[in-house]
Design a protein around this ligand. Structure first.
Ligand SMILES: *[C@@H]1O[C@H](CO)[C@@H](O)[C@H](O)[C@H]1NC(C)=O
Ligand SMILES: *[C@@H]1O[C@H](CO)[C@@H](O)[C@H](O)[C@H]1NC(C)=O
Ligand SMILES: *[C@@H]1O[C@H](CO)[C@@H](O)[C@H](O)[C@H]1NC(C)=O
Ligand SMILES: *[C@@H]1O[C@H](CO)[C@@H](O)[C@H](O)[C@H]1NC(C)=O
Length: 837
C-alpha cells in the first residue's frame, strides 16, 4: 500500500515536471551578453544579464584607444537600458569574444545613436565584419532614416578558421567613427538550421554548409502579438504580421491556448515557442464554398541574395485530421502543393516547419508568401500560416551586404595592418572565385575535348555483354561491391559502432559532415566519416574517395575499411589514427612538440605515401589536397596520407597534364596549376613543400594575422632559405637539437619543391631520397655526439643550431599563430577547412 502511494507521488512529480523538462531541455552553452561601454551589470526582465565589456572575462578589445559616451539627460524611457551608453571608436577596433562552444551562434548587435555632447553618432559611418563575414558596410543611422535603437541579428559560425572565438571588427569610414551599444553571442542548438533545403522554384535540394552566415530579415508571428525575448528560449523577437498582409481583409486571426501545442518528431521549443504555434491567420471567408483566394504577405528584402524561408505550421483550426489541405507559394512559385499538415504530424495542434531557399533576383525586392486552397479539394477551402522566418544567406564573397563591391577594398584607407590584410584576403578570395568560375565556365563551354581519360569518376555501371551495353545499377553499394570496393557495412552496424553517432565520439566536424570514433562488432577501432546526405557535390567526392582508396593499399596511406550508402547515407569507415592530424603536433594544441628526428620520420612517411600514389598504382594518382591536416599519425607517429576526395587520375603517357578546375586548399595551391589549370604530380610536390615548411616553422601555411610579408609561409620561408638563414626562424622547440647540415638539406629540399615551375621541382621519389639523407645526417651527428661524450672527449662540436636571434619584425610568432589558426581534434581534415577548396 505504502508502495503504491509512493509510486503515485512519483507519478505526480514526474507529470508535473514535464513542462519544466521541456523548457530545461536546451541550455545554451554560450550566452554572452555584453554591455559596450557599460560600468555595471545590467539585468533585464527576461533574465539576461549584460556585463560591461571592459574587464569581461571572455571579451578582449584592441586597440585600447576608445571612448565611452553616455546619454545626456534622461533617455527615452521606452529605450532599452542598454541604449544609455555606447563605446565609440576612432580607428578600426576588434572585439575578440571567447566562446565555450564551436558551431553556429546568434550574434546580436545593439546599435543606438546615444545623444551626447561629444560625438554625433547619428552621422557616424562604419563597417562591421564578424569572423570574416561582412555584416555592415558604410552603415549610418542618417542614411537609414531611423533614429532609435536597432537590433541586428546574425548567425555566424564559430570554428573553422577561428576556433572558439568570435572576432568582431568595427571600422570607421574615412574620418568618421564607429560605435556599438551591446553584443549578444548565444549558441544555436545543433539541427536548428538545416544543412539543406528545397529551392523555390523546386529543384534538387540546396546544400547549406555551416560556414554560410545568416542575417535575420524577418521573424513573424502570424495572427498573434509581438513575442519578446521573455517568451523565447533563444531570446528572439517575433513581430506581428498585420503590416505585411497584402490584403488585411483576406485574413482572420485564430488563437488557442499555448499550452495545447504539442512538440513531436524532433520539433522543439527552440525551433519556435508555443506562443508562435498557438496563433495563426486563416482565410477570412473560410468555409464558404467557392470563395477561393490566397492570403498574401509581402516582405521587402535586398535583392541578389538567397534567403532561407522557414514556414511554421500548426493545425489549430481543424476538428479532425486531414481536412485542412492547401497550397503554399513563394514569389508566385509553388512551394507546397495540396499540403496537409496532419499527414506530417499525425496529430492536430502539433508544431511543424518547412524550409525553402529562394533567390531574390535583381529588380525584385520582395519576398511574397501566399497560402491558399487548391482548386480540386474535398473540403471547404481554408489555409493557414502560424509563423514565418526569412533569413538572408551570405553570398560567396562572405558578405551579407549587397553594395559591397570594389569600393569595399579601395575606399577604405587602410588604418592598420590587420585591415589591409583583411582587404587583401577578401580581394584575393574574390579573385580566386572569379578565376574558378571562369575556369569552370570555360570547362563547360568546351566539353568536346576528349575527356574520357581525364574523367575522375569511373562510372559505376555493371557491364553486361559487350562494352557498349551498359546496365546502370540503382544502388551504388551493389555496383561498388561487384567492383570489389571495400566492405559494404549496414547502417545499423555503423549506428552500433558509433553509439548512434554519439556527439561525444565526434573527432572532427566540417563542411562534409562529422567524423566519429567507433568500434566495430569485431572490436576494430575505426573512424567513421558521415557525409551530409543531401550534398550532391559531396556524393562525387564520396565515390571518388571510395574508388581511389579501394585501389590502394600502402603502409603510408590511410586504409579504407568499408562504407555505407543505405538510406542515402554517405559513410566511409577508415582505420582509426590515434595521433590525429600532423598539424596538431606542430601548433595550435598542447601536444608535446615533435623532435627533429620525429619530424623527419613523419615527412618521410608522408613522402612514401605520395610517392606510391604517383608511381605505385597501375595509374598515377594525384592527391590534389596535400596539407598538414591530411597527413594523419597513428599511435606510433607513423604518418599516413588521408582524404582522397579530390584525387584525380594523373596524366597518361601521351599526356603531360590533366586539365581541371582548380581545387585544393588555399596556401598549398601550386601557383602554376592555379594559373593554367593543368594538373600534374608536381602540384602535389609543391603542396608537400609547403608542408615541409610548416613542419620546420610550426606555423600555418597562411596566417593573415601576421605582417604582409609573413602571411604566406612559402614566400616568407623562401626568403630566409635564399639568404641561407633558415635556422634563425625555425620552430624554437627545435633549437639546440638540429644538426645544421640536416636542416640545410631539408631546407634545400623544401625550396626545390616550391619552385615556380613544375618542371623544376623534384619528383616525390627525389624528395624522399633527400629527406632520408637529411635523417641520416641528423642521426650521424647524434651518434657522434654521444660517442664523443662517452669517451669523455671534448668534441669538435658539429654545427648545432644554437641561439636563435629574434628575426626582424618577427615579434608576433607563436601567439598570433595560435590566434588565427585552426585547431581541431579532427582526424579528417578536409573537414577542418571546408572553404579551402
Ligand atoms: C485579431 O483580430 C481582431 C479582429 O479583427 C483584432 O482586433 C485583433 O487585434 C487581432 N489580434 C491580433 C493579435 O492580430
Ligand atoms: C510571455 O510570458 C509571460 C509569462 O512569462 C506571459 O504572461 C505572457 O502572456 C507571454 N506571452 C507573450 C505573447 O508575451
Ligand atoms: C507575382 O505576380 C504578381 C501578379 O501576377 C506580380 O504583380 C508580382 O510582381 C509577382 N511577384 C513576384 C514576387 O514574382
Ligand atoms: C495564389 O497565388 C498563386 C501564385 O501567385 C497563383 O498561381 C494562384 O492562382 C493563386 N490562387 C488563387 C486562388 O488566387
Amino acid at each position: 500500500m505504502g508502495d503504491s502511494k509512493s509510486l503515485y507521488v512519483l507519478w505526480v512529480v514526474c507529470v508535473s515536471c514535464v513542462p519544466l523538462i521541456v523548457f530545461a531541455f536546451f541550455t545554451p552553452e554560450d550566452g554572452l551578453f555584453i554591455d559596450c561601454g557599460g560600468s555595471k551589470a545590467l539585468k533585464l526582465d527576461d533574465g539576461r544579464v549584460f556585463e560591461p565589456d571592459s574587464g569581461h572575462r571572455y571579451v578582449g578589445l584592441s586597440p585600447h584607444s576608445h571612448i565611452v559616451v553616455s546619454e545626456t539627460g534622461v533617455g527615452d524611457s521606452n529605450d532599452s537600458v542598454l541604449y544609455h551608453s555606447a563605446r565609440v571608436f576612432k580607428e578600426t577596433s576588434t572585439y575578440t569574444i571567447i566562446t565555450q562552444q564551436i558551431g553556429r551562434h546568434w550574434l546580436r548587435l545593439h546599435l543606438h545613436p546615444v545623444e551626447n555632447p561629444r560625438y554625433h553618432l547619428k552621422s557616424a559611418v562604419f563597417s562591421v565584419v564578424a569572423n570574416g563575414i561582412a555584416l555592415l558596410h558604410g552603415f549610418s543611422f542618417s542614411k537609414l532614416g531611423k533614429m532609435s535603437g536597432l537590433l541586428k541579428e546574425y548567425v555566424i559560425e564559430v570554428g573553422g578558421s577561428s576556433p572558439e572565438k568570435l572576432v568582431l571588427i568595427l571600422s570607421p569610414w574615412n574620418g568618421s567613427i564607429a560605435f556599438i551599444n551591446g553584443i549578444e553571442v548565444v549558441s544555436i542548438p545543433d539541427g536548428q538550421l538545416p544543412s539543406s533545403a528545397m529551392p523555390v522554384p523546386l529543384g534538387p535540394a540546396v546544400n547549406i554548409p555551416t560556414h554560410v552566415a545568416f542575417e535575420t530579415a524577418y521573424r513573424v508571428n502570424m495572427g498573434g502579438p509581438l513575442i519578446t525575448p521573455n517568451n523565447d528560449s533563444q531570446f528572439r523577437i517575433w513581430e506581428p504580421d498585420q503590416s505585411f498582409l497584402v490584403n488585411a481583409a483576406s485574413a482572420r486571426n485564430v488563437t488557442v491556448n499555448p499550452s495545447s501545442i504539442k512538440y513531436l518528431n524532433g520539433v522543439s521549443v527552440e525551433i519556435a515557442p508555443n506562443w508562435v504555434y498557438s496563433t495563426a491567420q486563416e482565410m477570412a471567408d473560410a468555409n464558404v464554398i467557392d470563395q477561393i483566394f490566397n492570403i498574401s504577405w509581402a516582405f521587402e528584402v535586398e535583392p541578389m541574395f538567397p534567403y532561407l524561408i522557414r514556414l511554421h505550421f500548426c493545425d489549430i483550426v481543424s476538428l479532425t485530421l486531414d481536412t485542412l489541405v492547401f497550397n503554399v507559394y513563394i514569389n508566385n512559385q509553388s512551394a507546397l502543393e495540396s499540403f496537409d499538415i496532419s499527414s506530417k504530424t499525425t496529430e492536430l495542434s502539433a508544431a511543424y516547419f518547412v524550409d525553402f531557399v529562394a533567390n531574390v533576383s535583381a529588380g525584385l525586392n520582395r519576398v511574397l508568401v501566399q497560402v491558399g486552397p487548391p482548386i480540386m479539394r474535398n473540403f471547404p477551402p481554408n489555409a493557414i500560416l502560424n509563423g514565418l522566418e526569412i533569413m538572408k544567406m551570405s553570398d560567396p564573397r562572405d558578405s551579407l551586404v549587397g553594395n559591397l563591391s570594389q569600393d569595399y577594398i579601395d575606399s577604405n584607407t587602410p588604418k592598420t595592418n590587420k585591415w589591409v590584410l583583411l582587404a587583401v584576403t577578401f580581394s584575393v578570395g574574390f579573385a580566386v572565385l572569379v578565376l574558378i568560375s571562369v575556369a569552370f565556365y570555360l570547362y563547360l563551354r568546351h566539353p568536346k575535348k576528349p575527356r574520357h581519360q581525364t574523367s575522375v569518376w569511373v562510372p559505376l555501371t555493371a557491364h553486361v555483354g559487350n562494352s557498349d551495353s551498359k546496365v546502370s545499377v540503382g544502388s551504388f553499394a551493389s555496383a561498388a561491391h561487384s567492383l570489389g570496393l571495400g566492405r559494404v557495412l549496414a547502417f545499423s552496424e555503423i549506428c552500433e559502432a558509433t553509439k548512434n553517432f554519439d556527439e561525444s565520439l565526434v573527432l572532427g566536424v566540417g563542411g562534409f559532415g562529422k567524423v566519429y570514433k567507433g568500434v566495430l562488432e569485431c572490436g576494430v577501432v575505426v573512424a567513421v566519416k558521415r557525409g551530409n546526405p543531401q550534398s550532391q557535390q559531396g556524393f562525387t567526392e564520396f565515390r571518388t574517395e571510395i574508388v581511389m582508396l579501394s585501389k590502394l593499399r600502402h603502409r603510408h596511406l590511410v586504409s579504407l575499411i568499408g562504407y555505407c550508402d543505405e538510406f542515402d547515407e554517405m559513410i566511409i569507415v577508415y582505420e582509426f589514427m590515434a595521433g590525429g592530424p600532423l598539424r596538431k603536433h606542430l601548433y595550435g594544441s598542447d601536444l608535446p612538440p615533435l623532435t627533429w628526428n620525429q619530424r623527419l620520420q613523419v615527412c618521410i612517411g608522408a613522402a612514401k605515401g605520395l610517392h606510391y600514389l604517383h608511381t605505385g598504382a597501375a595509374e598515377s594518382i594525384i592527391h590534389r589536397d596535400v596539407k598538414t591536416t591530411n597527413i594523419l599519425l597513428d599511435e606510433n607517429l607513423i604518418a599516413k596520407v588521408a582524404d582522397f576526395g579530390l584525387s584525380k587520375l594523373g596524366p597518361t603517357l601521351d599526356q603531360t597534364h590533366v586539365s581541371t578546375a582548380v581545387k585544393g586548399s588555399f596556401g598549398y595551391l601550386d601557383p602554376e596549376y592555379f594559373r593554367r589549370q593543368q594538373l600534374t604530380e608536381k602540384s602535389d610536390v609543391y603542396s608537400f613543400g609547403v608542408v615541409l615548411m610548416e613542419v620546420l616553422f610550426a606555423r600555418p601555411a597562411i596566417n593573415p594575422a601576421l605582417p604582409r610579408d609573413q602571411v604566406n609561409i612559402a614566400e616568407w620561408a623562401m626568403n630566409w632559405q635564399k639568404r641561407g638563414k633558415l635556422e634563425k626562424v625555425i620552430d624554437p622547440h627545435l633549437v639546440g637539437s638540429v644538426n645544421l647540415e640536416s636542416l640545410r638539406k631539408f631546407g634545400e629540399t623544401a625550396e626545390k619543391c616550391l619552385a615556380e615551375h613544375g618542371t623544376e621541382r623534384p619528383t616525390m621519389g627525389d624528395v624522399l631520397w633527400n629527406l632520408e639523407y637529411a635523417l641520416q645526417l641528423q642521426e650521424a651527428s647524434i651518434q657522434m655526439v654521444s660517442a664523443e661524450n662517452s669517451a669523455n672527449y671534448i668534441p669538435d662540436v658539429p654545427e648545432w643550431v644554437s641561439q636563435i636571434q629574434p628575426a626582424e619584425g618577427d615579434g608576433a610568432d607563436t601567439i598570433s599563430y595560435q590566434e588565427s589558426d585552426t585547431t581541431s581534434n579532427g582526424v579528417f581534415s578536409q573537414l577542418l577547412d571546408p572553404k579551402g577548396r
